[in-house]
Write a protein that binds this ligand. Structure first.
Ligand SMILES: Cc1ncc(COP(=O)(O)O)c(C=O)c1O
Length: 401
């Protein structure tokens, strides 16, 4: 059958999403694309994989089922009924507490959380200011325009994040140059910024924007899909960061390892309207405990674990940088994504295949500039530190030509 314009091969899709660091050796990736490569016998279910690719653990279906079983054995999971009761209500209560908001609600996707937040915050107004590189602007299939009758105004092009003067300029420009003032009172920030390799929007930038929005009675929404990661790397409390926003969305699957789902936190006045809106869009799912129980499990103790990820990854990067030909650098205001480059005499492919086959360590591909986005996550804690370092040291030796 002929491919339609909207069907993209997996790799093309990942590239367009800004996810160029596709794994070297994941079975789902076309193995033949690696010169001379044959698929190894080892499967994705290898126990205790240490991955330097994702924000989370990337559990296989059988690992996910085992985890659910383990959670259920420790304390029977209570089911929800359309989000009412059970693990879903418990997760909502936890997130309301973490963000310091009155209420929180489960939604089936972050896209829906972002879209419904900006829809309800803006009410009858139609203009929403969004970061040009944000998920809301680039990756939500024009839902704001086509479903909710909103016009997104992108700002901060070619910057990791916009600042207060960018915002003021954009507001002045639309106010002075449009005949019909159809209403602008909602602003979005994404932090950390996925399309800027996890750059964190600093507290002082957020504070300045938030104060300005409050003065003008504008509403502010945070796409904080990966906020715990940023909080750990920048030693910021989530409640403090969230206090500058009216609504905050956090993903359940990026680093909380659920199979999907999202949480939106905010005032009762906004969150109480959500269930109806979710239903209108067909997003009211019968049961969500299979996601929320897993997210709740990983939420428990998350701050301590991610603080340890920060410490261990800093040490690992220092030690790896001592190996001749290896360079790992951090990005400005970065979080868990670093730039890895290898000298010409070291084959990335040989290193990645060796690490994968011999040590169940996953490494991503290089981008067009030859940089591998070296991403750290909780999996780094699942193995003895010296074993990880030794694996890398011998991998690099094997990969030298
Ligand atoms: C920053 C950001 N916001 C929102 C989303 C949307 O999440 P979902 O896939 O649950 O719709 C993503 C997912 O990639 C994201 O990275």
């Amino acid at each position: 059958m002929e491919r339609t314009k909207t069907e993209h091969p997996r790799r093309e899709f990942l590239k367009k999403c800004g996810l160029t660091a596709v794994p070297f050796v994941l079975p789902a990736v076309d193995w033949s694309a690696i010169a001379g490569g044959t698929q190894p016998a080892r499967t994705i279910d290898s126990p205790k994989v240490v991955n330097f690719i994702f924000d989370g653990l990337s559990l296989s279906p059988s690992q996910y089922l085992e985890k659910l079983q383990e959670i259920n054995t420790a304390s029977p999971i209570e089911p929800d009924f359309y989000g009412n009761g059970g693990a879903t209500k418990a997760l909502e209560a936890s997130f309301a507490k973490i963000t310091g908001k009155e209420k929180a609600i489960y939604l089936p996707s972050g896209t829906m959380a972002n879209q419904l937040a900006i829809k309800l915050l803006s009410g009858g107004n139609t203009k929403i200011i969004v970061p040009e590189n944000s998920h809301v602007f680039r990756d939500e299939a024009d839902a704001a325009q086509s479903v909710h009758g909103k016009r997104l105004i992108p700002i901060g092009k070619e910057k990791a994040y916009y600042n207060l003067s960018d915002l003021k300029n954009a507001i002045a420009y639309t106010t002075n140059n449009e005949v019909f003032q159809s209403g602008l009172d909602t602003v979005v920030i994404e932090s950390p910024v996925r399309r800027a390799d996890g750059t964190f929007v600093p507290l002082k930038t957020v504070e300045a924007i938030s104060n300005y929005c409050k003065e003008r009675d504008y509403k502010l929404h945070l796409d904080g899909a990966r906020i715990h990661i940023a909080a750990a790397f920048h030693d910021v409390s989530i409640a403090e960061y969230a206090s500058y926003f009216d609504t905050v969305y956090i993903s359940l699957y990026k680093y909380l390892n659920a199979s999907g789902g999202a949480i939106l936190c905010g005032d009762a006045q906004i969150i109480d309207q959500m269930a109806h809106q979710i239903k209108i869009l067909g997003g009211a799912v019968f049961q969500s405990w299979n996601q929320t129980a897993v997210a709740l499990h990983y939420l428990n103790g998350i701050d301590e674990r991610w603080r340890e990820v920060v410490t261990v990854s800093k040490k690992l990067i220092q030690d790896l940088n001592k190996i001749k030909g290896v360079r790992i650098t951090s990005i400005h205001e970065g979080t868990n994504i670093f730039d890895l480059t290898l000298d010409e005499g070291i084959s990335l492919k040989k290193l990645a295949v060796y690490l994968y086959e011999t040590h169940s360590i996953w490494l991503g591909r290089a981008n067009e500039k030859g940089i591998v986005k070296f991403t750290v996550n909780e999996s780094i804690l699942s193995r003895d530190y010296d074993a990880i370092l030794k694996a890398w040291q011998s991998g690099i030796e094997q990969a030298r030509s």
